[in-house]
Ligand binder design. Sequence first.
Ligand code: FA5
Length: 340
Amino acid sequence: MSELDSLKNRALDQLGACSDESTLRNWNSQYFGKNGEMLAALKKVSELPPESRKEYGQQANIVKEQLSASYETALKNCLEQAMLKSLETEKLDISLPGMVPPAGKLHLATQTLRDIQSTFAEMGFQVFRSREIEDDEFNFGLLNMPPHHPARDMWDTFHTTDPGLILRTHTSPGQIHVMRKFHPAPIRVILPGMCYRYEAITTRSEIMFHQVEGLVVGTNVSMTDLIGTITAFTRKMFGDSRQVRIRSSYFPFTEPSIEVDMDCIVCGGKGCPLCKKTGWLEIMGAGMVHPEVMKNGGYDPAKYSGFAFGMGPERIAMLRHAIEDIREFWGNDLRFLSQF
Ligand code: FA5
């Protein structure tokens, strides 16, 4: 019994001397751990003569309860003190304005693509996605440019290591995919996507850029429909005050063919490096779908006619926001990108 008493007194003295959480926890394992002194004292009961066991056991349990309760109280007080101290030193001013995390936004090219898409959606066009790796046949052959056709030079091409497989130089091969997939007419689709050209990078030309192709096929589709669609599109994208110029051109897959220019917003028509000193910047090529292309798409040109166009969204964005150099689009300079 006296051993129990001295164990209790010693333990309480030591507990009183504990100054922080870590010394308290050490105390706990010294007395209540697996090999702790309190456990050892309880086990001693089996070594005592039977007549003393009851009294010793009861006393040992009382000591155990007292020590355990004292420990819980000491730990609780200690944690409360620590919490109060940290609240005093780490003051939190909840009236301070929050820090706004930098928010991402859509790239200007994507914003422009979406504007173009919704403008055509209002005119009843659907979106069709066509592949970026094309074969020679779709990029050129089926568009009325057989091997060695001189017009192939209009599109400098990136070839892959697979013979005949190339990165598409324009979205026009999508015309064939759409015509072959959707029978019978009417067809009214746009095909947005990335194109690749092995050409010199300048203020107005990149080697990797978007195009949005458009294709309408039906009966009695005419040049007037094409010009009306282009005019409605440019008015919606640029407003009524901007100048649009439509001039005749040549593409092997359209007949007749046209090109569409907008007045150069950077120089106001006076002439600058962007517009090559002409005051105009080309935004799209277009025309009536060539009968050969119509046939290659599986449509009889005697019954059906259609128009197609292919425009450059980066050029359109440049002309809407007075951007002087197309290289800004892939420069990843946040000072540029965050303006839009
Ligand atoms: C074509 O690519 C034809 N496939 C367009 C077409 C479609 C004509 C359907 C007839 C019918 P072109 O090479 O001119 O044409 O390109 C069309 C538009 O893409 C250009 O007006 C320009 O806006 C954009 N573009 C062309 N090359 C580049 C380039 N290197 N960098 C940025 N934009 C370009």
